[in-house]
Design a protein around this ligand. Sequence first.
Ligand code: ADP
Ligand code: AMP
Length: 225
Amino acid sequence: MPTYIVLLGPPGAGKGTQAQAVSQTLGLPHISSGDIFRENLKKQTDLGKLAEGFMNRGELVPDDVTIAMIRERLSRSDAKNGALLDGFPRTPAQAEALSTMLSEFDGEVDVVPYIKVHEEVLIERLTGRWTCRAQGHVYHEKHNPPKVPGSCDIDGSELYQRDDDKAETVKRRIRVYLEQTEPLIEFYRQRGKLIEVDGTKPIEQVKENLLAVLPDTEQTNDLGA
Ligand code: ADP
Ligand code: AMP
């Protein structure tokens, strides 16, 4: 049976940071809806052009588009043993659609770590975030600085500040999260899937706590295959 893990939490909680760290350990691909949209934006595909305005305003891309995009991504061969989802689902309709599509792949959402961080911390985290151009690796100017300023430790590419990490857009994104995504906490809690993880601890400690609650999948999955 494939293993599907959904990382839940507000923008800036540390989902991408943790997903990068644990994806390799678990042998599951890290699927970030935001990264896929940004990749499409960079390549100026139809999907990227459609998503651009919503992203710049800090709003959600419409459900039908987002669900179709994730369905296509999950059907690729590297996700045959499951996936670590980051940024999807973000609305109750997306969560329902995910359940339906995973049942088609003979799977289900196995566990939903909810990375919990107070709202006040999020603005400081997002406005200090630096992202790598090539693959979206994330840094923070204070909490997780790169070894060489402006350059990604992993692939050497340039670091940039996302347009939607400006203070005004960040505030809008947090509002959108509270209105549209926060209900998913109860959705998954009621289904017995939710596990709270304190996201205010240092990155390494969050990783340890997260790994402790995740299923051990590395025996069965091989990302390199
Ligand atoms: P998300 O994917 O949930 O939006 P990120 O993983 O991109 O969040 O993290 C947002 C910012 O906060 C980044 O600059 C990252 O380096 C920083 N960060 C992530 N986890 C922590 C942590 N536990 N403590 C301090 N800063 C963190
Ligand atoms: P993120 O990288 O997760 O912070 O997402 C950046 C932006 O991409 C969001 O503000 C949305 O505009 C868009 N986005 C990412 N994931 C979704 C999703 N699941 N549903 C709708 N829009 C999304």
